[in-house]
Design a protein around this ligand. Structure first.
Ligand SMILES: [Zn+2]
Length: 153
């Protein structure tokens, strides 16, 4: 199965975040020019996600994202590229780094007391040091994953 890698343009921060949630390797820069986007796409084998028709016309490596809401954009993208969620919750939503499991004892001071009481499983981002766990936020994310066919990890 083809494994898609993306680079999203500056207007698609939320889309990039959700693609990372679904496990897709997705770069995003809050400031980047068209030339650099095309350079990254070409050298790293990534598909550019953009709402900019001019950019989409410049390179066959661009996918023109529909100017609708996030879920509609994702639906179209999944249908057009036949995407399949394979490793949901495997990447940091903030910086795309692959998460690593981490022992609760190692991060006790960094998690809220309430979470300490009930949660035993944690992940850690080597990129930005964020700690992830399956809290209330996670449940909402899980619904999105299921909605796009990802099932339960
Ligand atoms: Zn991170």
């Amino acid at each position: 199965m083809e494994s898609w890698r993306f680079v999203a343009d500056v207007h698609l921060a939320r889309l990039a975040k959700y693609l990372r949630l679904f496990g897709f390797d997705t770069l995003y820069f809050s400031s980047i020019g068209d030339e650099e986007l095309i350079h990254i796409a070409t050298t790293q084998g990534r598909t550019i996600l953009t709402k900019d028709r001019d950019l989409a016309r410049q390179t066959p490596q661009a996918y023109l994202v529909q100017p609708k809401g996030l879920e509609a954009q994702l639906e179209r993208l999944f249908a057009d590229l036949q995407l399949r969620i394979q490793r949901p919750f495997s990447r940091c939503m903030v910086d795309n780094t692959l998460l690593e499991p981490i022992a609760k004892e190692a991060i006790l001071e960094r998690i809220p007391p309430k979470v300490r009481e009930w949660c035993e499983t944690f992940w850690y981002c080597p990129g930005c040091q964020r700690i992830y766990w399956r809290g209330s936020h996670w449940e909402r994310m899980q619904l999105m994953v299921e909605r796009f066919g990802g099932g339960t990890p």
